[in-house]
Ligand binder design. Structure first.
Ligand SMILES: *[C@@H]1O[C@H](CO)[C@@H](O)[C@H](O)[C@H]1NC(C)=O
Ligand SMILES: *[C@@H]1O[C@H](CO)[C@@H](O)[C@H](O)[C@H]1NC(C)=O
Ligand SMILES: *[C@@H]1O[C@H](CO)[C@@H](O)[C@H](O)[C@H]1NC(C)=O
Ligand SMILES: *[C@@H]1O[C@H](CO)[C@@H](O)[C@H](O)[C@H]1NC(C)=O
Ligand SMILES: *[C@@H]1O[C@H](CO)[C@@H](O)[C@H](O)[C@H]1NC(C)=O
Ligand SMILES: *[C@@H]1O[C@H](CO)[C@@H](O)[C@H](O)[C@H]1NC(C)=O
Length: 255
């Protein structure tokens, strides 16, 4: 990326941005198998709560102003003999492709978005409940930062947290999800940076994905903010992780 003077980028950004505060979030499947994205909303709604996305397909979702929600994806889904839909990872327990109702917090990689929260968008890639798919988030504006997380599960996931489906390693559970002790989940006595030490799960994922959120008390800031007119491309199973992270934009990025 060319390092244009910031003022020029901001000027061109404002010029094209107009007054729209809706963001288009395009979800792309570059995995070698079909995935079933899940969209959970806390505030305002998007047009779907879950759908099928075949390999190579993409779907654009219009996220209205003040949308505040999560995106994850299910893998290895099928209908049983009674027609009930379920997935090996990321299942939303609805029994169907759509995921109305609550969010199950199963072990998945998820992205938390806040769209136009007073003129600001933000996103966080979170591994706090686990990891099932590699993902990147690429904002449309060049003044905003991309992020991503991709790991070799076999190497990064501690053995006792590995989740297998028919013999294949398909996800990693977080220590807190696997065993919800106060110590693993940083609650009660352990609710402070001094008392809550990172678990091997947190340490491994932090090393592999330093810009993802895995633990309440790590020093890395995994929240990426941008102006409310930014669109995003969320790619599951990207071929690589973008290199324009905080480190090489230090002193340049400002928002
Ligand atoms: C499951 O059943 C639904 C509804 O009939 C259908 O749309 C979907 O394609 C089926 N899914 C799979 C993975 O077979
Ligand atoms: C953000 O959205 C509001 C409308 O909700 C709009 O008035 C404002 O101009 C937008 N801000 C930017 C920086 O585009
Ligand atoms: C996973 O790692 C173990 C050793 O740590 C190795 O024996 C095994 O072959 C690996 N499996 C895959 C699929 O890479
Ligand atoms: C963020 O995490 C990486 C990898 O664990 C580490 O090298 C880096 O120092 C951390 N940054 C901060 C600000 O703590
Ligand atoms: C970290 O994220 C918070 C929450 O969005 C934000 O207010 C803060 O400015 C960020 N800090 C840095 C150093 O990026
Ligand atoms: C990422 O960017 C840094 C600094 O610009 C560069 O040194 C490094 O080689 C790049 N890494 C990759 C994988 O492209």
């Amino acid at each position: 990326m060319e390092r244009l003077p910031l003022i020029l980028l901001l000027a061109s950004h404002l010029f094209v941005s107009g007054v729209f505060s809706t963001s288009i979030i395009t979800i792309e499947n570059k995995c070698s198998n079909t995935i079933w994205p899940v969209l959970f909303s806390w505030q305002s709604q998007v047009s779907t709560t879950g759908f099928t996305l075949k390999t190579g397909e993409a779907r654009a979702i219009e996220a209205p102003s003040s949308w505040y929600g999560l995106i994850s994806a299910r893998t290895l889904c099928s209908n049983d003999s009674t027609g009930k839909f379920s997935c090996a990872t990321g299942d939303c327990k609805s029994g169907e492709i759509e995921c109305p109702g609550g969010y199950g917090w199963s072990p998945v990689t998820y992205i938390f978005f806040r769209i136009d929260d007073g003129g600001i968008n933000s996103y966080v890639i979170s591994l706090e409940f686990g990891y099932n798919l590699p993902v990147t988030v690429v904002p449309s504006s060049q003044t905003c930062l991309s992020s991503g997380c991709m790991v070799d599960l076999n190497k990064t996931c501690p053995n006792d947290l590995k989740i297998f489906t028919r013999g294949d390693l398909t996800a990693c559970n977080s220590a807190c999800r696997k065993s919800a002790s106060q110590e693993n989940c940083c609650t009660h006595y352990f609710k402070s940076k001094q008392t809550c030490k990172p678990t091997p799960y947190v340490e491994n994922f932090d090393r592999a994905c330093p810009f993802a959120y895995s633990y309440a008390y790590n020093d890395n800031n995994s929240t990426f903010t941008c102006t409310n007119t930014t669109n995003y491309v969320v790619t599951f199973c990207p071929s690589s992780i973008p290199n324009n992270t905080r480190f090489n934009l230090v002193g340049y990025y400002s928002n």
